[in-house]
Design a protein around this ligand. Structure first.
Ligand code: PMP
Length: 369
């Protein structure tokens, strides 16, 4: 892959100006990869053309929706399984157990199928039947359990841990506090962004669920650039991390909720802890701005994005405006809108969240559901 990249760079230089379309195609091409796990990562870095024009910056989105399981979490799924194998905790025929209602489960399901492991998923029973069906279809054993707080022993995470402890040759992958998750982004996402921009990146921003993406990518980019690349957390309503960073380390209990899924956090996870001090700041993004960006990305960029991706794009825009013209800002396009379409593109649902008026008149044509 390195040689493909070198060739692409050389081809770009040799071809000169006006041939960027050809060069882009060469640089993203891959040879044969050995199985699904090798198809994870190496996603394109897409320049958001309209937003870049509007801000006078290069606003770039890492197309994580192109991973085999459709999200950025495929990377963490692969690394937590590989880590368990390397530590001798998981041997052929073994079982992976995780507590998750979202993309991590889907990523793990693909990785486990591909490697021949069984997968057991615990999730709160408030989740949609669609999510349960998809995980079962991908071969997972799924246990919807009462949605109780983390300090209750019946919480889905504790049930997942106990299930793994009750079996031989089984591991609880514990995505929130297992730093193999963050390592995925130190070893892959960060280096890919650095190579794709040829080091010409000024800032990075993204939201956190487990914190793996933000922490690992920030760690790599700061190291590669000797601290020059700035990094900012993007935080939705209801998450405590924005106020934590703004206040210099106080965990303030914040009420409120967000339409974004998979992001927002009530604590500093073990994945985020080692790198939180590397951050240069944070931006808090309202649901009003996020939902408008879901529609704008579709209309102006042709990108069909989930809400966390759209929120990241709003954050990238705000960081670009803060840094000024000529800067290159990179963010993460975590997943597509497919799993959320019945809500994000329903005027009735948006009305119920008081968000319908956030969609400008000329974008109401997307109210098709
Ligand atoms: N966006 C979506 C849609 C997700 O499912 C997740 C993971 N929960 C994230 C963003 C955040 O990624 P991370 O866990 O690496 O912080």
């Amino acid at each position: 892959r390195q040689s493909v990249r070198r060739f692409a760079t050389t081809a770009a230089r040799a071809a000169g100006e006006g041939s960027t379309a050809y060069c882009t195609r060469v640089s993203t091409a891959q040879g044969v990869v050995n199985g699904l796990t090798e198809a994870i990562g190496n996603t394109p870095l897409i320049r958001l053309k309209k937003l870049s024009e509007q801000t006078g910056c290069n606003v770039l989105g890492k197309a994580e929706f192109q991973n085999p399981g459709g999200s950025v979490k495929d990377r963490a799924a692969l690394f937590v399984v590989k880590d368990a194998e390397e530590k001798g905790l998981l041997k052929p025929g073994g079982t992976v157990v995780e507590g998750t209602a979202g993309n991590t489960g889907i990523g793990l399901a693909h990785v486990c199928r591909s490697k021949g492991y069984k997968l057991v998923i615990y999730m709160p029973n408030t989740q949609s039947q669609g999510k349960i069906d998809l995980l079962r279809l991908l071969g997972a054993e799924v246990y919807p359990v009462p949605a109780v707080a983390f300090d209750n022993p019946q919480n889905y995470n504790h049930q997942a841990r106990r299930h793994a402890e009750s079996l031989d040759n089984a591991v609880w992958t514990n995505q929130f506090d297992n730093i193999a998750n963050r390592q995925a982004h130190i070893d892959t996402t960060g280096p890919e962004i650095w190579a794709q921009t040829e080091g010409k990146i000024d800032a990075f921003t993204c939201a956190t669920g487990t914190g793996g993406t933000l922490a690992g990518t920030t760690r790599y980019l700061k190291t590669a650039s000797d601290g020059r690349v700035k990094s900012f957390l993007a935080d939705p309503p209801g998450s405590v991390l924005h106020s934590y960073i703004q206040s210099g380390g106080t965990l303030i209990d914040r009420s409120g909720s967000s339409i974004t899924e998979g992001i927002g956090q009530g604590r500093v996870t073990d994945n985020l802890q080692p790198d939180i001090d590397l951050l240069d700041g944070s931006v808090s993004i309202s649901d009003e701005k996020t939902i408008e960006m879901v529609y704008r990305c579709l209309d102006e960029e042709g990108l069909y994005l989930g809400a966390s991706s759209a929120m990241n794009v709003v954050a990238a825009k705000e960081v670009a405006e803060k840094l000024g013209k000529g800067n290159t800002v990179v963010t993460i396009l975590c997943d597509g809108a497919y799993r959320y379409a019945d809500r994000l593109f329903s005027s009735t649902w948006l009305e119920s969240k008081n968000l319908r008026s956030s969609i400008p008149k000329h974008l109401e044509k997307y109210f098709v559901l």
